[in-house]
Design a protein around this ligand. Structure first.
Ligand code: MRU
Length: 363
């Protein structure tokens, strides 16, 4: 991604060869701060507390965390213990489990003294594969934007997105944002409606931040405004990311995605789920079988921002004493999904299932 005009990866391996440096997403958009992670416990903390977030980014952070543990103790027992600790950090995105499994598969057949190096090599491959996938996802979605742009030359194509499935969550163009960035680079006028994404506001803080950094025109909207914009014909396409797609095509993504899909269906706006195959979970039958992460009620009752003097403040916005609940994801049924933008093309549900059945989910 671009930060202050420079191409930057939001996670890098430090020169010491074992610790990583991550862009601390809790500080955005107010400050660009990096945090070092040198052990598996801190990697788990960073995932749980959302220093890093977004399915692909928490997957590679987990992968490196496992490698850090192997460096100190490469026994089977420590591998299993650390896997379990990292696996339990955030339950909904399947990518974390997939990345941990990839490290285990790479190191398990080896003697302990070779395991850490093999793990680090595999983790680096996962990062590079993610970057390639994002660009390919962009190429899968770009024709959708091009087709609309051709119908009304000079007018921007309006894309609505939810949460942050962008460059901050991945190693390159993001997933939902990838076709947008490619269109922008190709000189096609594109404008993004950015859902604020309560309660943590990943849209207002993160997606808006990265679109600004890339110079892509965008407008932040309240989560509840998308339906009206679709009714008025002001949304051409919806692109969202995803934490897991189950065997029947249900898409589990940031809470609020389902309501956008319903509105898109009602108004005839195409609704696409952008995803690497690493987000496909053919072993889970439907969205109802996926654990939906419950986060702290304080994310609902309080809000973080800066005051007029630029000081960061957390303030309570809810009635004191009222109960609050915070399910972090929801399930968009497959019937509401127009198509899946993957690194292997823009696919129907049938294509997705066939590709998975013939082993295309392996890297
Ligand atoms: O809770 P978050 O911020 O990790 O939720 C992120 C999302 O829902 C993203 O859309 C998803 O992980 C895909 S990121 C390419």
């Amino acid at each position: 991604m671009i930060i202050d005009g420079k191409e930057t990866r939001p996670l890098i391996l430090n020169a010491d060869g074992f610790s990583i440096r991550v862009l601390d997403q809790r500080q955005l958009p107010w400050a660009i701060e990096w945090a070092d992670i040198a052990d598996a416990e801190t990697a788990a903390l960073a995932i749980r507390q959302m220093w890093v977030r977004g399915a692909p980014m928490l997957a590679v952070t987990g992968a490196y965390g496992l490698c850090m543990a192997l460096r100190l103790d490469a026994s089977d027992a420590n591998l299993a213990r650390t896997y379990d600790m990292l696996f339990r950090t955030r339950p909904t995105a399947v990518n974390l489990q997939g990345a941990l499994n990839a490290i285990v598969a790479a190191v398990k057949p080896l003697p302990p003294e070779l395991r850490a190096a093999a793990g680090y090599a595999r983790a680096a491959e996962l990062c590079d594969a993610d970057a390639r996938d994002c660009e390919a996802i962009g190429r899968s979605g770009l024709p959708l934007i091009e087709a609309i742009a051709k119908q009304r030359p000079g007018k921007p194509v309006n894309v609505l997105t939810h949460c942050n499935a962008g460059a901050l969550a991945t190693f390159a163009y993001g997933t939902a944002t990838a076709p947008i960035y490619l269109a922008h680079e190709a000189g096609i006028p594109v404008h993004v409606w950015v859902d604020e994404t309560r309660p943590r506001n990943q849209g207002a803080s993160l997606t808006a931040f990265e679109l600004s950094q890339h110079g892509v025109p965008h407008t932040i909207i309240a989560d509840n405004a998308g339906g009206l914009l679709m009714q008025r014909g002001e949304v051409d396409l919806c692109f969202v990311g995803v934490d897991r797609v189950t065997r029947n095509g249900d898409a589990i993504n940031k809470v609020g995605t389902y309501l956008k899909a319903l509105a898109a269906h009602d108004t005839g706006v195409p609704f696409y789920v952008a995803m690497p195959f690493t987000s496909f979970d053919p072993l889970t039958a439907t969205g109802a079988d996926v654990e939906i992460e419950e986060r702290s009620a304080e994310e609902v009752t309080h809000i973080l921002g800066v005051d007029g003097a630029g000081q960061r403040q957390t303030i309570r916005i809810a009635n004191p004493g009222s109960a609050a609940a915070n399910p972090a994801f929801d399930v968009t049924p497959a019937r509401l999904v127009t198509g899946y933008l993957t690194e292997r093309g823009s696919l129907t549900l049938g294509d997705l299932q066939r590709r998975a059945a013939i082993g295309h989910i392996d890297r």
